[in-house]
Design a protein around this ligand. Structure first.
Ligand code: GH3
Ligand code: MG
Ligand code: MG
Length: 394
């Protein structure tokens, strides 16, 4: 078997495999449309390898040569559409269709030109370069790029430019005097093997971008409590850790909070109303907490708040405001007043996280014992016994 035919076979199988994998990924991905466009792109582009073989081994070279050109270009354009979905820059379908149509006509026109001239070689390769370079710019110009996106952008930039290098090489070493000869040239061997490598690299990188996105979504799902819409204990702990990593020597505050007599609410009004209270309290926490705070539902009716770079007095004021707002949670029968108890502690480098939680928990316990619906402050190793019940006392 001719070496080029071998690479064409490899390219065909690789492109079909990517098409299949992207179809499967589409069933799990938030970016389902992008994955489906990638599947379609690789599927169509895989046909070009078959067309190249038909150019060499059948009588009607011209039609198959045009087919090879068109399928690669359409496949690339479909990748560009998918990239537009993934990176938030949609492609105008009419412009895309016009560009592909015009490029196919151009390739038809240049087919009979002497092969290996600069005009022929660059006219042939430029449409591929334009589509891939445009994709590269969409990726590189997108916001919130991660490492994988930067890598993809640079890889596509390189891939786009390599088409110009191919054109230069075709001019230098020749790509066969007629299309039928192409498959027997050294140029074809280099060109097809470079394509094989770049197709695999781009395909794997796109796949990695989608898989990383799926993993991030799964993690965020596994760290969220669906009832309160707050992070669960795992999500809360992770957020606290990243806030601590940002400011390891800062002075932070921890607030633990527990809804009062919640069992009684369930028993009197039903479990459904209990659920609505948890939902309402979660919403209240979300609405009233500072942007940088970490919030969490860490147990059935237990919640935690981590306030980074916050003095303890400010944390107590915040807890006090939250306590007041809890009593006016909207949407419940008048006979039902929801209250909550709070324990507040300071976290410094000397305290450590575990100790800060322990102290906040002790303070919460004291608030419960002191009659509930109040905020208690832990300071150092003893609890500050100031009764912070009521709006103005603290
Ligand atoms: P205290 O003031 O001492 O905290 O009394 P409490 O009744 O709130 O505390 P207790 O620990 O005795 O009961 C908590 C109740 O919270 C028991 C449990 O059934 C209920 N609970 C836990 N998770 C949920 C939930 O997701 N929905 C509902 N409706 N109830 C829940
Ligand atoms: Mg409770
Ligand atoms: Mg409890």
């Amino acid at each position: 078997m001719n070496g080029v035919a071998f690479f064409l076979g490899v390219n065909f199988v690789v492109a079909v495999c990517f098409s299949a994998v992207f179809s499967v990924v589409a069933t799990r991905s938030r970016s389902r449309r992008a994955a489906l466009w990638f599947a379609a792109g690789f599927g169509i582009a895989s046909l070009s390898a078959l067309c190249e073989l038909l150019v060499a081994y059948t009588g009607s070279s011209k039609i198959w040569a045009l087919g090879a050109f068109a399928t690669v270009l359409i496949g690339m354009m479909l990748l560009r559409v998918g990239i537009g979905h993934l990176y938030g820059r949609r492609l105008d379908k009419r412009i895309a269709a016009f560009f592909v149509g015009a490029s196919i006509i151009l390739s038809y026109v240049i087919y009979d030109l002497p092969r290996g001239t600069p005009v022929q070689a660059f006219s042939y390769q430029s449409p591929f370069a334009v589509v891939i370079l445009d994709s590269a710019f969409v990726v590189l110009a997108s916001r919130g790029r991660q490492m994988i996106d930067r890598f993809l952008g640079m890889l596509m930039l390189f891939t786009g430019l390599h088409f110009f290098a191919k054109a230069g090489l075709a001019v230098l070493v020749g790509s066969g005097s007629v299309a039928k000869d192409y498959i027997h040239t050294n140029y074809a061997l280099v060109s097809q093997s470079a394509t094989a490598i770049l197709v695999v690299a781009v395909g794997l990188t796109l796949l990695a971008a989608l898989v990383l996105e799926i993993m991030a979504d799964e993690r965020s799902e596994s760290e969220r409590d669906t009832l309160s819409a707050l992070p669960n204990r795992r999500g809360f702990n992770r957020q606290v850790q990243s806030l601590l990593d940002e400011a390891p020597n800062g002075r932070h505050a921890v607030i633990l909070c527990d809804l009062d007599h919640f069992k009684r609410i369930n028993d009197t009004y039903g479990h459904h109303v209990g659920d609505l209270v948890i939902q309402g309290f979660g919403q209240l926490m979300n609405d009233s907490a500072p942007k940088r705070a970490a919030l969490g539902r860490i147990g059935g009716e237990e919640f935690a708040i981590f306030l980074p770079d916050t003095e303890i007095a400010a944390a107590v004021l915040f807890a006090q405001a939250l306590r007041g707002a809890t009593m006016t949670l909207p949407g419940f029968p008048e006979s039902l007043t929801v209250t909550a108890s709070f324990g507040v502690s300071a976290l410094t480098t000397a305290t450590g996280l575990a100790e800060a939680y322990r102290q906040a928990d002790l303070a919460l316990y004291t608030a419960k014992n002191a009659g509930r619906n109040q905020v208690k402050l832990a300071s150092d190793n003893h609890l500050d016994t100031a009764d912070t019940r009521g709006e103005n006392k603290m």
